[in-house]
Design a protein around this ligand. Structure first.
Ligand SMILES: [Zn+2]
Length: 431
């Protein structure tokens, strides 16, 4: 049995914070500890208490003064787009056609997919992201490479082979039947292997025929425990084209609902331009609106309406959306999310932001029993964050007196340099 005790300031969320000083929503220990045994958190709390209950010869790793939290979770990211980030385009559809649909064709080559699986997880871990939900490419081999590398590293990763059978280059399209068959094979080969979770992944309505969305709906019915991921209402031209392709749908959201895809397993990337009817339908279904702030700003797509979504009772998540997004860092992403809500006149407290990036995103993925908190019994995916990572941060920290101020400073000025240490299932990772 391998056991260790991490000492540091510890922070774990209990519920969505309702205000900047909602202290009841989290547990914060200024001298805390986390006991890890066989990859699981078995105790967390004040250092003196956890130490007293631990084996006398326990290995103690002292992370003070850093902040120990659950690893960040990125619930919308594209594994084949590492070399698409920072592509100069006027809007979403130009960006897809000019850069993304060209780059993703390279993942037909299994050696290329394997190389990028290594690079992808290296980068996520450097950024303190211990779980992601990723779109692979249309090729089954890209999903094989993704899950093989995740399993090799004992990471909890969600992913799916993209389903797309129209409005893309010939080399990047499958068919309704082959996308169904390949997804079935990915599920059989990888779901539940190691810590892997397979997601049903129709890219978005524009690149799927009605027959393919029908096939995706069949997969959702046959595998009701699997997540589903797609894109919704990112950009005005995308919405208009979708409604041309699906003239019988009441609106964009109704396209997915019509094929049985609007469920409490559905992750809806972007979800920016929504009517009250759509928000009500999404809330009733229990689907998740995934905010991708750096992507939405980079592509000029629009400003996520967090306040209205919350008023409608829609579940939310926050994600990078690499390569439309411009940073792998959840800290950078939280900063841009805050700024988008500033433009909308809505205050987004730092504690709510950090809740979203950890426990909130775990709830969105239906995985809060495993990740996203420091609760005993969950997997020990843990990061140590440093609010003094740069000279400018050190100077600013001289005036900081509360946890809320420190979190805000770190999301505003921090990035991968604030991520000092990462544990995956209790094992230290070389960054
Ligand atoms: Zn995306």
């Amino acid at each position: 049995m391998t056991a260790k005790l991490l000492r540091g300031r510890t922070l774990s969320f209990k519920s969505r914070p309702q205000a900047r000083d909602d202290h009841a929503s989290y547990v914060y220990e200024t001298d805390g500890a986390i006991l890890i045994e066989n990859g699981l958190i078995t105790a967390a709390g004040p250092f003196a208490d956890v130490k007293a209950a631990a084996p006398v010869d326990i290995e103690i790793i002292d992370h003070r003064p850093h902040l120990l939290m659950a690893g960040f979770i990125d619930p919308h990211i594209h594994f084949p787009q590492m070399q698409v980030t920072a592509s100069y385009a006027a809007n979403l559809l130009e960006w897809l056609n000019t850069y993304t649909f060209v780059e993703e064709q390279r993942f037909a080559d299994d050696a290329h997919s394997a190389r990028f699986a290594t690079l992808f997880f290296d980068e996520l871990l450097r950024q303190g992201t211990t779980t992601a939900a990723a779109y692979c490419s249309v090729h089954k081999g890209s999903a094989d490479a993704y899950f093989a590398e995740a399993q090799r590293r004992n990471l909890l990763m969600v992913g799916g082979k993209v389903m797309m059978d129209r409005n893309a280059p010939e080399a990047l399209t499958d068919t309704a039947q082959s996308s169904y068959d390949d997804t079935k094979a990915v599920i059989a080969d990888w779901h539940g292997k190691g810590r892997n979770h397979v997601a049903i992944t129709p890219r978005f309505a524009i690149t799927s025929t009605p027959a393919q969305l029908e096939a995706a709906g069949s997969l959702a019915r046959e595998h009701p425990d699997l997540l589903i991921q797609t894109h919704l209402s990112e950009n005005d031209a995308e919405i208009a084209y979708t409604l041309e392709l699906y003239p019988d749908a009441r609106d964009y959201t109704d396209v997915y609902a019509g094929y049985g895809l609007l469920t409490d397993k559905m992750l809806l990337g972007h979800a920016i331009h929504l009517s009250d009817r759509e928000m009500a339908a999404i809330a009733e279904a229990g689907s998740v609106a995934v905010h991708c702030p750096t992507s939405n700003l980079f592509l000029g797509s629009g400003l996520f309406d967090l306040k209205r979504l919350k008023e409608h009772g829609v579940r939310t998540a926050i994600a990078t959306d690499i390569g439309g997004g411009s940073s792998y860092s959840l800290l950078r992403t939280l900063d841009e999310a805050y700024k988008i809500q500033q433009l909308r006149g809505h205050r987004l407290p730092p504690v709510e932001n950090y809740w979203q990036a950890t426990r909130g995103n775990a709830e969105a993925l239906g995985l809060v029993e495993r990740i996203g908190t420091l609760e005993p019994g969950t997997d020990a995916d843990i990061i140590a964050l440093d609010a003094r990572a740069t000279p400018a941060m050190q100077i600013r920290m001289e005036t900081v007196t509360t946890l809320e101020e420190e979190l805000f400073l770190m999301q505003t000025m921090g990035d991968d340099r604030s991520v000092r240490h990462v544990y995956v299932a209790g094992e230290s990772v070389d960054l």
